[in-house]
Design a protein around this ligand. Structure first.
Ligand SMILES: Cc1cc2nc3c(=O)[nH]c(=O)nc-3n(C[C@H](O)[C@H](O)[C@H](O)COP(=O)(O)O)c2cc1C
Length: 178
């Protein structure tokens, strides 16, 4: 029987929620991506990284890259979780910047996460404050969509996590063989 592994990196819980939903929908083991060194990849057919996006970087990507030698011949996919609304261009951009070198051919999927500044660490809140200050001075095309939205309604909490956002990844898993 096919064995699937989800590697997850989540600071504030949305990527973890998607990883848990994936486990319910597609029978996977779920591990923190930071434990990669201790994982025996040889027993898995499929490895999926589910990671939050922070300042354009997909969390867990470094762990995946370091384990790449163990992933040869396996089906590998990345599901990233950000505050941006779904936008194929933005996803392409994330792919180009994060899936480099030997990872360039890995398919990437996207689910919108959550936003709650009251739960952020001091340094993340400070970073987001700087992003938002900068965003006010950017023109429409150079300001990222998630920042635009947050600048417009700065103190709100958002939760955009929805099971249906996993559908494209689930279709890929059902339609391809490891
Ligand atoms: C410091 C920081 C930087 C972020 N940068 C981005 C970003 O570049 N693009 C984006 O779409 N969302 C960004 N976000 C929003 C997160 O991706 C979003 O809150 C996501 O749900 C985080 O996943 P998590 O809940 O698993 O930690 C950022 C959030 C923080 C705290």
């Amino acid at each position: 029987m096919e064995k699937n592994l989800v590697l997850c990196r989540s600071k504030y819980g949305s990527a973890q929620r998607y990883a848990d939903m994936l486990r319910e929908e597609y029978s996977c083991d779920v591990e923190d991506a930071k434990n990669c060194k201790r994982i025996d990849f040889s027993s898995y057919d499929t490895v999926i990284l589910v990671g939050g996006v922070y300042a354009g970087a997909i969390a867990g990507m470094k762990n995946l890259k370091n384990s790449f030698h163990a992933l040869t011949g396996k089906r590998v996919a990345v599901f990233c979780v950000g505050a941006s609304p779904y936008d194929p261009e933005n996803i392409e951009h994330l792919k180009k910047n994060n899936l480099t070198g030997p990872l360039a051919d890995i398919p990437i999927f996207y689910g919108r996460g959550a936003w709650d500044e009251s739960r952020m660490s001091f340094s993340d809140r400070a970073m987001c404050w700087i992003f938002k200050k900068l965003a006010v001075h950017l023109n429409d095309t150079s300001c990222e969509p998630w920042l635009k939205e947050l600048v417009m309604s700065p103190d709100k909490k958002y939760d955009w996590v929805e099971r249906k956002n996993l559908m494209p990844l689930l279709n890929f898993l059902h339609e391809t063989k490891p």
